[in-house]
Design a protein around this ligand. Structure first.
Ligand code: PLP
Length: 412
């Protein structure tokens, strides 16, 4: 079934084993452990000679079903579901990094990712080399034979910067490192990261996939396109194919030791989320594009930042990589921090909350919240402005949102 639509594929992925009651929805297997007929069968399962489930920190049937659907939808070789986007990022880099290694990335990162790199990984003697990923000469000057990955967010938040993935993949691969992308902002229903040279994709499924912000989740997609034979540690995990070392080490060692596997209820909810992912995304993103255009001429708004606008500096590369609908988040600048606070205080429909891609539209002032405890010098280096408001666009109509923002500006 490869010639059916994305939506149809999301609805009709078969189960690994027939359900005893022919349930039409994948049951939630709320069990920690699994029973065996014999000691030998137990030995075989625990020693990975069979794929039987043993313990739900390692695998679980409901979670595995969700992983299989994501694998089919994305074309990845291996998918691992974990219990948050940060667990996806930390599992990935605990698998790749080692003392003495370096990671080349941008300072334009999600707050916790930045802190994980800067505060946590550096404590394990991993060198974090921040640079401008849109300046390829600068990237080339940062990579070397200890680079264990180039990492980026495909549209940075809230700066909305888009780097050229194919160009970064060429630099990464020439130096012997994988390209790793956080694609939370553009789902795999429209953006095929591996076609642009991304080897490993990490996603906060808390956002688009969960469907209505029902729970936390994270995904690690390994496309099996990178050869690990020169990686200091992963070369020891290499099998006959030469490309499976990353997932093998992560599943057999890192992920069970960290203990952040997805829980079965979350996998159930997120499987439902997958079924409407493409519909929700298209609706939310087209509302965002229309709203961005209308906000540009609204009095009181200094500038609107959305890479789907033709005057955006990243319009061309964004269109090449993500098509006409680059996501359902935009930012806009007002004259001052006070104006931002006042607008946020006066919205009536849009909700004052963090998170992205809930069905409800959400508004936040990033500099004082997500990055509020960062020193001002760090905020400056991350190009975070006090004048910026972030809006995550939900399922309301464009008129609903435009009217709410314009009444809030008038009232403030
Ligand atoms: C939210 C987010 C994360 C972290 O995800 P959690 O599920 O909250 O742990 C990572 N990257 C990006 C781009 C995000 O938006």
């Amino acid at each position: 079934m490869t010639d059916i639509s994305f939506e149809a594929q999301m609805l009709h992925t078969p189960y690994e084993k027939p359900d005893a009651y022919n349930a039409l929805s994948m049951p939630i297997y709320q069990s920690v452990a699994y029973e065996f007929e014999t000691a030998t069968a137990m030995e075989d399962a625990f020693c990975a000679r069979t794929t039987d489930h043993t313990y739900s920190r390692i695998t679980n049937p409901t979670v595995q079903y969700f992983e299989n659907r994501v694998r089919k939808a994305s074309g990845a070789n291996n998918v691992t579901a974990v219990n948050s986007g940060m667990a996806a990022i930390s599992n990935t880099f605990f698998t790749l990094a080692y003392a003495g290694a370096n990671i080349v990335t941008s300072p334009h990162l999600f707050g916790n990712t930045y802190a994980f790199f800067k505060n946590t990984l550096t404590g394990f003697d991993v060198d974090i080399r921040f640079c401008d990923l849109t300046n390829l000469d600068e990237v080339r000057s940062k990579v070397d034979d200890k680079t264990c990955g180039i990492f980026l967010e495909v549209i940075t938040n809230p700066q909305m910067e888009v780097a050229d993935l194919k160009a970064l993949a060429a630099i990464a691969h020439a130096t012997g490192a994988p390209l790793i992308a956080d694609t939370t902002i553009i789902p795999f229903s429209t953006f095929h990261a591996n076609n642009f040279g991304v080897d490993i994709e990490v996603i906060s499924s808390t956002k688009y996939i969960s469907g209505g912000a029902t729970g936390l989740g994270g995904l690690i997609l390994d496309y099996g396109t990178f050869n690990w034979s020169h990686h200091k540690i992963l070369k020891m995990w290499q099998g006959p194919l030469g490309t499976e070392a990353f997932t093998t080490r992560m599943r057999r060692e890192i992920h069970r030791n960290i203990g952040a596997y997805m829980i079965p209820q979350a996998a159930y909810m997120q499987t439902l989320g997958l079924e409407t992912l493409d519909l929700r995304f298209r609706r939310q993103a087209s509302t965002t594009l229309e709203l961005a255009k209308r906000l540009e001429s609204l009095e009181g708004i200094v500038s609107v930042n959305y890479t789907g606008l033709e005057n955006n500096p990243f319009y061309a590369i964004s269109k090449e990589q993500f098509g006409d609908l680059p996501g359902a988040m935009l930012t806009f600048d007002l004259a001052s921090r006070e104006a931002c606070f006042s607008l946020i205080d006066h919205v009536k429909l849009i909700r004052r909350a963090t998170n992205l891609f809930d069905n409800k539209s959400l508004i936040i002032h990033p500099a004082s919240t997500i990055y509020g405890t960062f020193p001002e010098s760090v905020r400056k280096s991350m190009h975070l402005k006090q004048e910026t408001i972030r809006l995550s666009v939900g399922l309301e109509s464009t008129d609903d949102l435009y009217n709410d923002i314009s009444q809030a500006i008038k009232a403030s």
